[in-house]
Design a protein around this ligand. Structure first.
Ligand code: HT7
Ligand code: ZN
Length: 851
């Protein structure tokens, strides 16, 4: 397959002014007519892209082209010697009914319960018709949809301008939508379905009356209220924080259960995975419900950062994704404890992005080449991209950052731009911003090392910091990056902060001096995780325990517990200091901030720990050590669990940070009590399940019952299934709680895959078993575990290559395994390479096997 390079970017030869689409959906195919008004803007042939589309007719300025008038190869249709101004007309046939890749226009559902839905980012529009399908071609779209009246819901981007019954076909109807904004084809969307709608209204700060519509199946419509409220909250938030108001009269969201990712920000017509939009206390855990709000906000924020200002080419994907993730993280931080939000974001970054950056799939936040862009919707582009924006925002401070983003919107509204354009707009507020460009160009996680020296005579403290980034093969030698290191000094005797500064490490090594320091302080570094780096500082374990007590930054309090745990698990430190520090802190924190208290007991996942091991990783030894430490924590606090659990009784459901914190802590305490075999803890779990007021409580209890194999667990699993069997999303939970159980075996996984409700065509269901398996590395990295996992990839390779390749990427660090597992993993991946056919899977396999 062909590699594409950023350095080869060329402007398209034609721009599209308007597109008129007419999409007619029939029982076993669809016909798509399109009329494109185009004009030349650069030299070259007229190039259109098309995949899995059958060309029926083509004409230019009313004259039909014979097959000699164009050439077709490699998914491209090329026409030479075309006039500068032209109208191109096409008719194509597509088959949404057999489209299992969930890109382009596809049919979701089965039997009488079907709908048609589009997914065009990044290159799905070319599966609907031939088109200059690239993000720098912006056009005004008018879309006519026609289908049987069995599908009353006909939606496309923009405003509804006409609807009616088809003349000569009274059982068919149509709707015409017009989107006045200029948009790239990846933001096109349409839906043909039978859905109910929840409607609400919002008046923007500019006085625009916007109709908000959330479309879902009739039985799900009562689960749309959380999403609707989140949408209104996001609209207010973007006005207040970025001065951005919505620009159309209608904002629609459609829920669909077969979807490759979380959601899609199509202009005025977002399409959402049901898992990321439906929420109710009875069926949705707090974590998922909070995620629903974050995803709704994320897609809404794209309206400005992505849709109105879009990417010039797909190498610039982080331009919209990094900035929009930063914006949704900030929104979420305003809706819960900001420390807990930061903890969640950083845990995610460390577990997934750091390991990506440490392995064979490492790539810059702005890649320089790819075969298949779908393989680059990665945690590096999204989460590391967001961390870079966070560093820019923190370097500028709130006022200058706002000045910079205002300038970005002013300069580039309506355009398709690059990362350099973004930095150049922000640098009106401060020119040092441009120095951050290397963060976008250079792969690898920098390691910042440091030590301190206190001079009691001079009353100075010097902190020496140095940075090092691994040299990733195929890239230039790494340069030093600008790394903001938020620092505070704490007086040892009182625990008070005596100095606070943002140190900007820009060289390989730098010395920072603090004057007038009257006694040697304890230094807290990288506060609030001010840069996406690994930190090695020569702390004593006692210093970390001190910081757990006195740090005022909630994130750093959690951070020191994680450092202590890492030292115990990976460096063999004695756990006593950690256990004592947790015992001293937990009781009061449980009262003050139960959510933070719940996180305090975090032990990094096996996967996160594995990301720090570069050779001879033995999954069973890591599992043993994790479990051993967990057991020690549980045992050492055994006396406290009963009191704590009683302190957190089940109360009526409330969706507030405090109530969510109490529920999270209760589930952690329940698990700890079962681990410590506290008398009666089995009963607590059973009662919590039976008396639950919401899914967080019921599912927390079920998970504890399953993980601890409490007597009667199968009856509880059966009860859960019976209660919720009509609700796909809850049944996903039922599958995943079993597939990720502490004691799961490959036979259990096979049984789940053979269950009547398992469905290879629904990515959520596939993930509920196959992805869940990755949380148990001792099972995954066995011959049978890998057969199941690679078998799933092989099965999906042709049917849904985007999903197959995403599953594969999780195996990237196979080469760090201890023998003989390493060789076995290598052999299974090589066998997969011989079978695979999609360029998605082949590109990922090439990189993964090159490790
Ligand atoms: N911009 C979207 C990315 C995306 C996607 C979404 C759904 C299905 C397939 C997709 N491919 C790429 C989602 C986002 O980041 O907001
Ligand atoms: Zn996004």
């Amino acid at each position: 397959p062909k590699k594409i390079y950023l350095k080869d970017y060329k402007k398209p030869s034609y721009d599209v002014e308007t597109v008129d689409l007419d999409i007619k959906v029939f029982d076993d195919h669809a016909l798509v007519d399109s009329t494109l008004v185009m004009h030349r803007q650069a030299e070259g042939d007229l190039v259109l892209y098309g995949e899995d589309v059958e060309l029926l007719e083509i004409s230019i300025n009313g004259e039909a082209l014979s097959s000699e008038g164009y050439s077709q190869s490699d998914g491209k249709l090329t026409i030479s010697d075309t006039p500068d101004q032209l109208t191109l007309q096409l008719q194509v046939r597509i088959c949404p009914q057999t489209n299992t890749a969930l890109e382009g226009l596809y049919m979701a559902g089965t039997g009488s319960d079907t709908m048609f839905v589009s997914q065009c980012e990044p290159e799905g529009f070319r599966k609907i018709t031939f088109y200059p399908d690239r993000p720098d071609v912006l056009a005004v779209f008018t879309t006519r949809l026609e289908a049987s009246k069995r599908y009353p819901t006909l939606l496309a981007n923009g405003n509804l301008i006409e609807q009616g019954v088809v003349a000569d076909a009274p059982d068919r109807h149509y709707a015409i939508w017009h989107d006045p904004t200029h948009k790239p084809s990846y933001l096109f969307a349409c839906v043909v379905a039978d859905l109910d709608v929840l409607t609400d209204y919002y008046t923007t700060s500019e006085g625009r009356e916007v109709t908000l519509e959330l479309y879902a199946k009739a039985e799900d419509i009562d689960k749309c209220h959380v999403g609707m409220q989140a949408l209104k909250d996001a609209m207010v938030w973007d006005e207040v924080n970025y001065g951005r108001a919505y620009d159309l009269d209608r904002y629609m969201i459609v829920a669909v259960s077969q979807f490759n990712m979380g959601a899609m920000e199509n202009k005025g017509l977002n399409i959402f995975n049901t898992a990321c939009v439906l929420s109710s206390p009875e069926t949705t855990t707090d974590i998922r419900s909070f995620n629903v709000k974050a995803v709704i906000a994320h897609e809404y924020f794209h309206n400005w950062t992505g849709n109105r200002i879009t990417c010039r080419d797909w190498f610039q994907l982080c331009l919209k994704e990094g900035l929009t993730v930063y914006r949704d993280q900030s929104f979420s931080a305003d809706h819960q404890s900001s420390a807990v939000q930061r903890i969640d974001d950083v845990s995610m970054l460390r577990a997934h992005q750091f390991s990506e950056d440490a392995g064979p799939l490492a790539h810059p936040v702005r890649p320089e080449s790819f075969v298949e862009i779908n393989n680059f919707y990665t945690t590096t582009i999204y989460e590391k991209g967001a961390e870079i924006v966070r560093m820019l925002a923190n370097t500028l401070g709130p006022e200058k950052f706002r000045q910079g983003t205002d300038e970005y919107f002013r300069r580039y509204d309506g355009q398709a731009v690059t990362v350099e354009d973004f930095l150049s707009a922000l640098s009106v507020a401060d020119s040092k911003i441009e120095r951050f460009i290397d963060w976008y160009r250079q792969p690898g996680t920098p390691v910042v090392s440091g030590h301190q020296h206190y001079d009691s005579q001079a009353q100075t403290l010097t902190i020496t910091l140095s940075q090092q980034t691994r040299h990733v093969a195929g890239f230039d030698a790494p340069k030093p990056l600008p790394i903001p290191v938020a620092t505070a000094l704490f007086a040892k005797d009182t625990g008070a902060i005596v100095a606070e500064r943002m140190l900007l490490l820009e060289e390989d090594e730098q010395v920072f001096t603090f004057e007038n320091v009257t006694s040697e302080p304890i230094v807290s570094l990288l506060r609030d995780f001010s840069a996406p780096v690994q930190l090695n500082y020569d702390y004593h374990d006692e210093d970390l325990a001190f910081l757990l007590k006195y740090e005022t930054n909630g994130f750093n309090r959690w951070q020191v517990t994680q450092l202590l745990v890492n030292r115990i698990l990976l460096k063999g430190h004695h756990p006593s200091i950690y256990l004592q520090a947790v015992a001293d802190t937990l009781p009061q924190l449980a009262v003050d901030d139960p959510m933070l208290a719940a996180r305090l007991l975090d032990i990094p996942s096996a996967r996160e720990l594995a990301s720090a091991i570069h050779k001879d990783y033995d999954p069973s030894s890591i599992k043993q050590q994790r479990e051993g430490l967990y057991q020690q924590v549980a045992d050492s606090l055994a006396e406290q669990w009963t009191a704590l659990y009683q302190q957190l009784p089940i109360q009526g459901y409330e969706d507030s940070p405090k109530a969510r914190g109490a529920r999270a802590l209760r589930n952690v305490v329940l698990d700890m009590a079962l681990t410590a075999q506290v008398e009666g803890a089995d009963k607590w779990a059973q009662q919590q399940y039976d008396n639950a007021s919401c899914m967080t409580e019921r599912f927390g209890a079920l998970k504890a019952l399953v993980d601890h194999q409490v007597a009667g667990v199968n009856d509880y699993l059966a009860d859960f299934y019976e209660r919720f069997k009509a609700d796909e999303l809850v049944i996903d939970l039922w599958f995943s709680v079993q597939a990720s159980a502490e004691q799961v075996s490959t036979d259990d996984i096979t049984a789940l895959l053979e269950h009547a409700d398992f469905d290879w065509n629904t990515p959520n269901r596939v993930r509920s078993v196959i992805s869940a398996l990755t949380s148990q590395p001792t099972v995954l990295w066995t011959s049978e575990g890998l057969d199941i996992y690679t078998g799933a990839i092989q099965r999906l390779d042709e049917a849904n290559p985007v999903l197959a390749s995403r599953l594969l990427q999780v195996l990237a660090r196979w080469y760090t395994l201890v023998e003989p597992q390493r060789q076995m993993a290598h052999d299974k991946l090589s066998a997969l390479q011989k079978q695979a056919s999609s360029k998605h899977v082949l590109e990922s396999l090439d990189s993964v096997l090159a490790a």
